[in-house]
Design a protein around this ligand. Structure first.
Ligand code: AMP
Length: 219
């Protein structure tokens, strides 16, 4: 079996994980797998899963491990993930990281890229973030598509996420510290962690990620 490019993109909310994953997905031909996007799509379609998790997302809480592990397991059975995937927002706990190792088996995670950004920067970014409900494109509140409410990519509605409010942002950032920061240690112990400064332009961060992947012979 050829080696799969399975990458975990870690970082506090607002560090730019989604933006970078969209770019890297296009460059390397592997899907961007965001558990947040999967859950939001289920809420939008009001599926049984969506109804179950709607309140949790609105409050900025975490969905239970078993449920998200199952979603990711199913996602990896889809043909487009045969060459690997960019994982964004998963794993978020040590339990999820262990489940992911089991899901992927021998051809597991090749690298964990941690996008490091100061709290003040991400708080500002999150409160100004707007997203297209159709294609997931991310805008700033000052972008034309955010002002007009119409995505320049696909024409879909551009909205503010219901969990990008001050209370929810505070709650999510504190959960990150508690549950997700230990993941840095998990991947560091395995020699898989690379930390990059996310307080740079989008292009600069992309260039750094591509350089690291090339240096390690991964892409
Ligand atoms: P995100 O788009 O990654 O910021 O995720 C939005 C929300 O979805 C989070 O605040 C959680 O409520 C939920 N969520 C996404 N991924 C996970 C995960 N791996 N584990 C638990 N909850 C998650």
């Amino acid at each position: 079996m050829t080696s799969r490019l399975n990458l975990v993109i870690l970082g506090i909310q607002g560090a730019g994980k989604g933006t970078q994953c969209k770019r890297l997905s296009a460059t390397y031909g592997i899907p961007h797998v965001s558990t947040g996007d999967i859950l939001r799509a289920a809420i939008k379609d009001q599926t049984p899963l969506g109804l179950e998790v709607e309140g949790i997302l609105a409050e900025g809480g975490l969905v239970n491990d078993e449920l998200v592990n199952r979603l990711v397991d199913e996602r990896f059975t889809q043909p487009d993930a045969a060459k690997g995937a960019l994982l964004d927002g998963f794993p978020r706990t040590i339990g999820q990281a262990e489940a992911l190792d089991e899901i992927l088996g021998d051809d597991g995670i090749k690298l964990c890229i941690n996008l490091d950004a100061p709290i003040e920067l991400v708080t500002e970014r999150l409160s100004r973030r707007r997203v297209c409900q159709e294609c997931g494109h991310i805008y700033k509140d000052s972008d034309q598509s955010a002002i007009s409410g119409e995505c320049e990519n696909c024409g879909g509605p551009v909205i503010q996420r219901s969990d990008d409010t001050a209370d929810s942002i505070r709650q999510r950032l504190s959960l990150y510290e508690r549950d997700t920061a230990p993941l840095l240690h998990y991947y560091e112990e395995r020699g898989l962690l690379v930390t990059l400064n996310a307080d740079q332009s989008v292009d600069e961060v992309t260039a750094e990620i591509e350089k690291v992947l090339a240096e390690r012979g991964l892409a």
